[in-house]
Ligand binder design. Structure first.
Ligand code: AHR
Length: 492
């Protein structure tokens, strides 16, 4: 059976917010230290302490927004430890992630400098779990107040005259868990209190993000929306794909066909989460003013053998490319409510873009998908309906194909397609209405074996190539997606 896609290029469903292509960098394992920050005196080539190879790779993704400093780390982070002369900064223990020494060399100034270098919006996550209202309030004052005040003066003493623009601010992280083990009513009250003192200074208007539910905790969403909706701009949602479950998550590379299928099924589940949480949000916010911010998502496996279990370092195969493609298609297709997403995490942690080993760096299959999909950033989502063949695992069904489409300002159409099937190609009868197209080209990422991945010895084993698996028949295309593939078509 063929899959069927009908696209109406003249029917728009609003903008796909570029922030769906956002990232997350936590003080965890080798994400910040080694992965991004090597320090100015490092033999690894760097610009103001940020390693050049990683910086260039990330620049090529057009990263719109970057969340920092956590994650669970955020609710143990005290920002005042991370400013001033580096050699005088407090050393602390990163209790949550591996019990290693955190020397605070990467702090507020370094993070905001990195955002400038990447031309990305900072998204700062504040500390509710172990912090105070005053500490949070003073952080915002330190970064954004233009004028005479204790915090602004301190910032100037530390070498930064002008305030920064900080648009996105998270009031706590996973406050149902590592962020304080709170119940929703209690967190809703704390949220109301803390956010009161997250001030807008001058023309810096902060978009406030409340800590949202864990996976399918719909009660949390209900309580937060009922009690605090008028004081938030976004509500977060966290969801990770763990093929083996939370305790034994499964191996990132050494997995079998059954684990592939379960991974796909779990990846697709995020659509149900978005729809059900959105239904609750719709009840309280029918105008969809409040964004659903999926500020942690990705495939999270067991760590690579022999690495620190607290560092969450994992490899990345063609399976991760497909999981990324499917997830981004789902976010694109829910652009009315999903207006930011931040994959976990940027470098060396969970489903990373980039892996490093001392002075070496490689791009993961997930990186390539983000590079291929960047064409959707801020483009108009166009109408697309998909009738997919269904696959089955453990008595549950999921589609073989995933798709989304957008139109750029110059009229170019981009369609992203994934084949979730590890065994069979996917044939698609693709009807394109509302456009007189003459030219089609494409890019594909796939591989022969499902466990294929990039290593420092063979960094381009899984990399994009030219895609030619389509035939134009009038206003239709016949597309053949190889097993386990992600394709982006450019249609003019
Ligand atoms: O991304 C790793 C961790 O996952 C984050 O610190 C936490 O918020 C989540 O549980």
């Amino acid at each position: 059976m063929s899959n069927k896609v009908v696209m109406n290029a003249d029917v728009s469903h609003g903008k796909i917010d570029k922030n769906i292509y956002g990232h997350f960098a936590e003080h965890l394992g080798r994400c910040i230290y080694e992965g991004l920050w090597v320090g100015e005196d490092s033999p690894i080539p760097n610009t103001n302490g940020i390693r050049n190879d990683v910086l260039q790779a990330l620049k090529d993704l057009n990263i719109p927004v970057l969340r920092w400093p956590g994650g669970c780390f955020a609710d143990e982070y005290h920002w005042k430890d991370g400013i001033g002369p580096r050699e005088q900064r407090k050393r602390m223990v990163n209790t949550h992630w591996g019990g290693v020494i955190e020397n605070n060399h990467f702090g507020t100034h370094e993070f905001l400098m990195l955002c400038d270098m990447l031309d990305t919006e900072p998204y700062i996550n504040g500390n509710v779990g172990s912090g105070t209202v005053q500490e949070m309030s003073e952080w915002v004052e330190y970064m954004t107040f233009d004028g005479e005040s204790p915090m602004a003066n301190w910032r100037k003493e530390n070498g930064r005259e002008e305030p920064w623009k900080v648009k996105y601010f998270g009031v706590g992280n996973e406050n149902w868990g590592c962020g304080g083990n709170m119940r929703p009513q209690y967190y809703a009250d704390l949220y109301r209190r803390f956010q009161t003192y997250v001030r807008n200074y001058g023309d810096n208007k902060i978009f406030k993000i409340a800590g949202g539910p864990n996976v399918d905790d719909y009660h949390w969403t209900e309580v937060l929306m009922r009690e605090a909706r008028h004081l938030m701009d976004g509500l977060s949602l966290h969801y990770y794909v763990h093929p083996g479950g939370f305790m034994n998550k499964g191996d990132a590379v050494r997995f079998d066909q059954q684990e592939w299928k379960i991974s796909m099924q779990k990846a697709v589940f995020i659509e149900e989460l978005i729809e059900k949480h959105s239904t609750i949000m719709d009840k309280y916010d029918p105008e969809k003013r409040i964004a659903l911010i999926i500020d942690e998502w990705g495939a999270w496996y067991d760590v690579e053998p022999g690495t620190n279990p607290g560092f969450l370092y994992q490899q990345n195969t063609v399976r991760d490319a497909v999981i990324a493609g499917v997830s981004l298609n789902i976010f694109n297709n829910h652009n009315d409510r999903v207006r930011m997403a931040n994959i976990a995490q940027m470098v060396n942690v969970i489903q990373a873009m980039v892996l490093t080993d001392e002075d070496k760096m490689l791009l993961t299959p997930t990186y390539h998908v983000f590079r291929m999909y960047k064409v959707h950033q801020d483009a108009e989502r166009i109408d697309l309906s998909l009738d997919s063949k269904m696959l089955e695992v453990d008595g549950k069904q999921h589609p073989q194909v995933s798709a989304s489409a957008s139109k750029a300002e110059d009229g170019t159409i981009h369609v992203s397609l994934c084949n979730l099937d590890n065994d069979n190609q996917a044939d698609i009868d693709f009807e394109l209405r509302g456009t007189d197209f003459t030219n089609v080209s494409g890019e594909i990422i796939t591989s022969e074996k499902m466990n294929d991945h990039n290593t420092f010895e063979n960094p381009d084993k899984v990399a994009p190539t030219n895609f030619t698996g389509f035939v134009k028949e009038g206003s239709k295309l016949k597309v053949t997606l190889p097993a386990m593939s992600v394709v982006v078509l450019t249609i003019k």
